[in-house]
Design a protein around this ligand. Structure first.
Ligand SMILES: N[C@@H](CCC(=O)N[C@@H](CS)C(=O)NCC(=O)O)C(=O)O
Length: 203
């Protein structure tokens, strides 16, 4: 088995990095310098024409999109390691939440960040759209907080790669100038997940 992981620290690749560390499988890391344009170089574009991390090459096959990689790693290695549910309804719950973070939460967060971040030129920002994005992010976080009521982890009774993916999103949100204090269940769950040794090995 060969698995090559293309990543940049503190990026969308971090949840995949953490998942690989949790799984404890052998893999080769290739660190990309985003500022230097490593992901836009012809050799990398042959692997991922989107020019983005995370990307893995598993036994010669390239897989991009963090959601697809998490699901692939879960299905391929996670069941045996008790980090991903076997096929069935619990598996579907894991997929549901992994997709929800990138699609539903990510969509609202992207509207909020694109319309408020100082890194976006002012004439491309719309304050009203930013406010609406923020309010949608907070409403969607309310859904997650409710889901976590009385639970230690998102799916079933034990920690899974769905928690890896979600807790990393929460870490990112914590850097987006959002007040998360009222989401008590999210805060406790995020802390529980981020305390794991594998999380600390995966910037
Ligand atoms: N939808 C993609 C997004 C990946 C993404 O946005 N990656 C960024 C880093 S956070 C990237 O590689 N950007 C390329 C660059 O800045 O050169 C995923 O979830 O994998």
């Amino acid at each position: 088995m060969s698995l090559v992981f293309y990543y940049a620290p503190y990026s969308s690749a971090s949840s995949v990095h953490w998942a690989l560390e949790e799984l404890g499988i052998p893999y080769e890391k290739v660190q990309m310098d985003l500022q230097a344009g490593d992901t836009k170089k012809p050799d990398f574009l042959k692997i991922n024409p989107n020019g983005m991390v995370p990307t893995i090459v598993h036994d010669g096959v390239a897989i991009f999109e963090s959601v697809a990689i998490m699901i692939h790693l879960g299905e391929t290695f996670g069941v045996e390691k008790k980090l991903y549910p076997p096929p069935g309804l619990e598996r579907s719950q894991a997929v549901k939440w992994i997709v929800w973070f990138n699609v539903s939460l990510g969509e609202a967060l992207s509207r909020y960040v694109r319309n408020t971040s100082e890194r976006i030129p002012e004439d491309q920002r719309n304050a009203k759209a930013g406010e609406e994005g923020k309010s949608d992010v907070l409403a969607r976080l309310g859904i997650l907080d409710q889901e976590l009521e009385g639970k230690s982890y998102l799916v079933g009774d034990s920690f899974t790669l769905a928690d890896v993916h979600g807790a990393l999103w929460m870490m990112y949100l914590g850097m987006c100038n959002l007040d998360m204090d009222s989401f008590k269940n999210i805060t406790a769950w995020k802390t529980r997940c981020l305390e794991r040794p594998a999380a600390k090995r995966a910037p």
